[in-house]
Design a protein around this ligand. Structure first.
Ligand code: NAP
Ligand code: G4F
Length: 405
């Protein structure tokens, strides 16, 4: 009984499966909303299905849509044994509902599209962790590729006017042949994950061209934020920094953060910037500054147009928490330790902040990613609000706050 109570109130919120609608109840809400529709414009009073809403991008997308549209939004969530809705716990709005939905169940996909007849289907659900894609290659393929085909088939049969967005990845470029990578760069994936997104890209294109669907997949370079999953390198670092900062403040000895390839380079943006771009891409006639009605809809690269090593991220994250460090050693013996000056000032109980653990190396690595999003920035007259420095600060400050600092 005791353990049930603890699980039920994990993250201070009760699990309430009654809040997750079955498809019949969702359909009633949808029909009532559509009955009250007061505009015929595609992007007004829309019905939108967003998948992956418990994750980073899906939850930010919901925030964006609730703030910037008058749409009715259904967030697809799969049944799990333990509550995992903490990225959504702040959302209280009559225009947002959760529906039971597993991407690997083609009947569920079909039922959602047939019954809810969405104007938009925004697919952020995926097996999104590259490192796990070697361990679960088939499940990655099923979730990231086959399911996309299932969604397209359902849209074509039941709701061909539905606009479909699928989250593609810079991992599709993989072993890059030139930098920066733009929309013309060849697909050279290095992981089952990258291959699954490249396959999805091809089928989205085929359905767009064969059936004249508004179906697109952008190339998203890495994007982060305080809601980022804790196994991805940025959040692993900022969580680790907060843990160590807490130990330093309370004079508790600490263990270092353990990382793999710290020389890899990534092009990092803010997830909150990108969800806005996704909505703009789905409404090109409204947001493209150069739009004319003969134009084909386009797929775009989204990136910061800067690349940084994992090492740089580490240095800045610790610096933001007031801890200065320095790299020394090579290969597996490389370490990031508190500088002598910082050690004296802070009177730290341990000195090694980061060490290398080869278990975090991958069977094949993408060493460098650097995007060129000038196409999107030009066509939509858009620029990001966040940069590398403000992103790190936002993530570290959030994790320090969670640690009570
Ligand atoms: P994320 O935080 O890992 O979220 C993934 C979401 O997918 C979670 O809500 C997860 O639900 C859901 N999901 C996984 N399998 C599912 C299934 N079988 N049925 C229903 N839902 C399922 O990922 P993210 O960072 O927000 O990324 C969103 C999308 O963008 C993904 O497609 C990812 O591949 C792509 N992308 C991300 C980045 C990036 O840097 N963030 C870059 C390029 C592309 P649970 O909570 O139940 O696990
Ligand atoms: O944070 P990561 O796990 O992200 P990765 O592999 O770049 O994938 C993310 O971005 C893709 C877009 O390019 C998305 F499509 C994908 O869904 C995901 O969101 O790793 C970043 C880099 C890699 O080079 C990795 O080898 O960091 C390196 N790294 C070094 N040590 C580590 C670690 N990565 C993780 N996760 N954990 C480490 O300890």
């Amino acid at each position: 009984m005791q353990s049930k109570n603890i699980t039920d109130t994990l993250y201070g919120k009760k699990i309430d499966t009654a809040n997750i609608l079955n498809i019949s109840d969702a359909k009633l809400i949808r029909n009532k909303f559509v009955g009250q529709k007061n505009s015929t414009e595609h992007f007004s009073n829309s019905v939108i299905v967003v998948t992956g809403v418990t994750g980073q991008d899906g939850s930010y997308m919901v925030d964006y849509l609730l703030k910037n549209t008058n749409a009715l939004i259904f967030g697809g969530v799969r049944r799990l044994s333990v509550y995992n809705h903490h990225n959504l716990s702040h959302v209280k709005n009559d225009r947002f509902h959760l529906v039971n939905f597993d991407l690997t169940d083609s009947h569920a996909i079909s039922s959602i599209i047939e019954n809810l007849k969405p104007d938009y289907f925004i697919n952020f659900a995926a097996q999104s962790f590259v490192a796990s894609s070697w361990d679960f290659a088939r499940q990655t393929w099923q979730t990231n590729s086959t399911s996309v085909l299932d969604i397209l088939e359902s849209i074509r049969h039941h709701q061909p006017k539905c606009r479909f967005y699928n989250a593609g990845s810079s991992e599709e470029f993989g072993n890059v042949s030139y930098s920066p990578q733009d929309e013309l760069h060849p697909l050279r994936p290095r992981s089952p994950y990258g291959a699954s997104k490249a396959a999805a890209r091809q089928i989205v294109k085929v359905y767009r061209e064969s059936y004249n669907l508004y179906a697109i997949q952008s190339w998203l370079f890495n994007h982060e934020g305080p809601r980022r999953g804790e196994e991805f390198v940025t959040r692993k670092i900022t969580k680790g920094v907060a843990r160590i900062a807490y130990c330093v403040q309370n004079k508790i000895p600490f263990s270092p953060i353990e990382l793999g390839n710290v020389n890899a380079k990534r092009d990092w943006s803010d997830s909150e910037d990108f969800v806005e771009c996704v909505w703009m891409m789905l409404n090109q006639e409204k947001y493209r500054v150069d739009f004319d009605s003969n134009m084909e809809i386009q797929e775009y690269v989204l990136s910061s147009n800067e690349t940084h090593t994992i090492k740089e991220f580490v240095e800045l994250a610790f610096k933001t928490a007031g801890i200065e460090g320095v790299w020394h050693g090579e290969g597996l013996n490389e370490e990031f330790s508190v500088t002598t000056q910082s050690a004296n000032e802070l009177n730290v109980p341990s000195s090694v902040l980061v060490k290398i653990n080869p278990n975090f190396y991958r069977p094949a690595e993408v060493e460098l990613l650097l995007g060129n999003s000038s196409g999107f920035r030009r066509d939509f007259d858009w620029k990001p609000k966040s940069d590398f420095y403000s992103l790190i600060k936002k993530m570290v400050v959030s994790d320090l706050k969670d640690a009570g600092l």
